[in-house]
Design a protein around this ligand. Structure first.
Ligand code: F6P
Length: 548
């Protein structure tokens, strides 16, 4: 099959880029007072201004044609139809069914999955209500005060990110904790602060075989049994979320305390399933369903809006534009909202585990183009005092998404004004830059002259023309958060289609896992023979000598 780079649409974009290079964004704004109006779109409480990008209407037109060439429309339809588009794992990709609030049938293998989805939501509601009301009691008859989610990757990052984002909605009696790392200090430090009598552990693992999660879960189990002096305590202090009932039983959790999901839900797309249980415990089931509702509204938008008005399509195409035509290696996610402080980490897995690949869907190696960018970021304004220097004046082009909520959850108006001013100033500065003449004029006003003037003017020049998207939520609510996350999920899908990837497997994680299981016995037995490369042999010996 031909690569997308051989298509006339790709060539047209290459030629167009060469032409566009002559016109900086500054000039595009100066020549068109309606640019921002024409390059903004709203979906409910979510507003996207993508006018500060190195594009014209023609660029958009050509990118949409590229999407058509890549059969985005057809693949999107296959996605929603429950076709097995995850070819290597032979699975459908239907996390949209988990938040399908319309309840219209959504099928996998000809079977409507909505009844199972709704049954688990009902089970979650009953559990969350008992937990929040205090009706769910621990082994010693005390209500729960602390919830510990034990999971990793998709069984951790989505729940942490959303729970943190929805902190204003937390139940006042409950405190969440998330243990993911197999590094014993993560569990040890968490257990130090917990009373086993009032702690509930949620063991979250799609496969229920993940080494880190099972190790942490066994440690937590020992803690409960030892402190409460009875195996019977496990039933009152442990629940499981998984697709693997047999494995859950093997661990010793009663299947009655298990919340199910299904193999058509990818780990990094699972926060909408029972994997979202810690979120629901903290914010209540109504708010959790509002989160689902927001995501569903974005699904409907993605499924039906024309490409030129479709937020995930636009963001996906802009990402391709920079990754492939401007060689941008990374993409920054910059939430101007402390509640969204885990969004960049969440999107790292969502995007990089999905599109960090170099094999096309039908097996050909990719040589002629780059795929998923490096995703990174931190909340503003902190990032401004850390890495923005490089975004403004470094030699690399770093497209960035700036995200803010207009209305805060606090009453500190002055803080919000300053936050918003910074949000606005950064995208303006990145677009405009500062010419050498402007820098000189400023310095002259300060009385600086001669060689010093020349030196400082060149250091104080900003190239500008650096692309940003501004994403504004009316307020950070379960609904708007659901929309935001679903928008990014679909953006990732769009890019996967353009790059001809299977965005839904993750074979790249396997090799490290395999080798770790080989090395583990060599750390248990100090005399076990070593047959690795000299570096690995040397490191094993070095560690053996220092740890036992
Ligand atoms: O990192 C690989 C991975 O399979 C992720 O895709 C997944 O989210 C994570 O491990 C955890 O897997 P599980 O939920 O099966 O424990």
């Amino acid at each position: 099959m031909h690569a997308i780079t051989d298509s006339p649409e790709w060539k047209a974009l290459q030629n167009h880029k060469a032409e566009l290079e002559r016109t900086p964004m500054r000039a595009l704004f100066a020549s068109d007072p309606k640019r921002a109006e024409r390059m903004s779109r709203s979906v409910g409480p979510l507003f996207l201004d993508f006018s500060k990008n190195r594009i014209t209407e023609e660029t958009l037109h050509l990118l949409v044609k590229l999407a058509e060439r890549a059969q985005l429309r057809q693949t999107r339809d296959q996605l929603f139809a429950g076709d097995k588009i995850n070819l290597t794992e032979d699975r459908a990709v239907l996390h949209m069914a988990l938040r399908n609030r319309s309840n219209r049938p959504m099928c996998v293998g000809g079977v409507d999955v909505m009844p199972q989805v709704n049954a688990v939501l009902t089970q979650m509601r009953a559990f969350v209500e008992r937990l929040q009301s205090g009706a769910w009691r621990g082994h010693t008859n005390k209500p729960v005060t602390d919830i510990v989610n034990i999971g990793i990757g998709g069984s951790d990052l989505g729940p942490v990110m959303v729970t943190e984002a929805l902190r204003p909605y937390w139940h006042p009696r409950l405190q969440p904790h998330f243990v993911s790392n197999v590094d014993g200090s993560h569990m040890a430090e968490t257990l130090k602060r917990l009373d086993p009598e009032t702690t509930l552990f949620i063991v979250a693992s799609k496969t229920f075989t993940t080494q880190e999660t099972l190790t942490n879960a066994h440690t937590a189990r020992n803690f409960v049994v030892e402190k409460l002096g009875s195996e019977a305590a496990v039933a009152k202090h442990f629940v499981a979320v998984s697709t693997a009932e047999a494995e859950v039983k093997k661990f010793g959790i009663n299947p009655a305390n298990m919340f199910q999901f299904w193999d058509w839900v990818g780990g990094r797309y699972s926060l909408w399933s029972a994997i979202g249980l810690p979120i629901a415990c903290m914010v209540g089931m109504d708010a959790f369903e509002e989160l689902l509702g927001g995501a569903h509204a974005m699904d409907e938008h993605f499924r039906t809006a024309p490409f030129a008005d479709n937020l995930p399509v636009l963001l996906g195409l802009l990402g391709v534009w920079y990754a492939n035509f401007f060689d941008a290696a990374s993409h920054a996610v910059l939430p101007y909202d402390q509640y969204l402080h885990r969004l960049p980490a969440y999107l790292q897995q969502a995007d990089m585990e999905s599109n960090g690949k170099s094999t096309r869907r039908h097996g050909e190696r990719i040589g002629a183009y780059t795929t998923g960018p490096i995703i990174w970021g931190e909340p503003g304004t902190n990032g401004q005092h850390a890495f923005y220097q490089l975004i403004h004046q470094g030699t690399r082009l770093i497209p960035a998404d700036f995200i803010v909520a207009a209305k805060p959850h606090h009453a500190l108006k002055n803080h919000q004004r300053i936050l918003l001013a910074n949000f606005l100033a950064q995208t303006e500065a990145l677009m405009l830059g500062k010419t050498q003449d402007e820098a000189r004029a400023e310095l002259e006003k300060q009385g600086i002259q001669g060689d010093r003037l020349t030196l400082l003017a060149s250091h104080k020049t900003f190239p500008g023309n650096r692309p940003t998207n501004s994403i504004v939520l009316d307020e950070l609510t379960p609904t708007s958060l659901g929309m935001l996350v679903s928008m990014y999920e679909h953006k990732i899908f769009v890019q996967g289609v353009l790059w001809d990837l299977n965005s839904y497997d993750q074979w790249g994680v396997e090799l490290g896992k395999q080798l770790a299981s080989k090395i583990l016995p060599e750390l248990q037995d100090a005399n076990a023979p070593l047959a690795h490369d000299s570096s690995t042999n040397g490191l094993v010996q070095h560690l053996r000598a220092r740890w036992s």
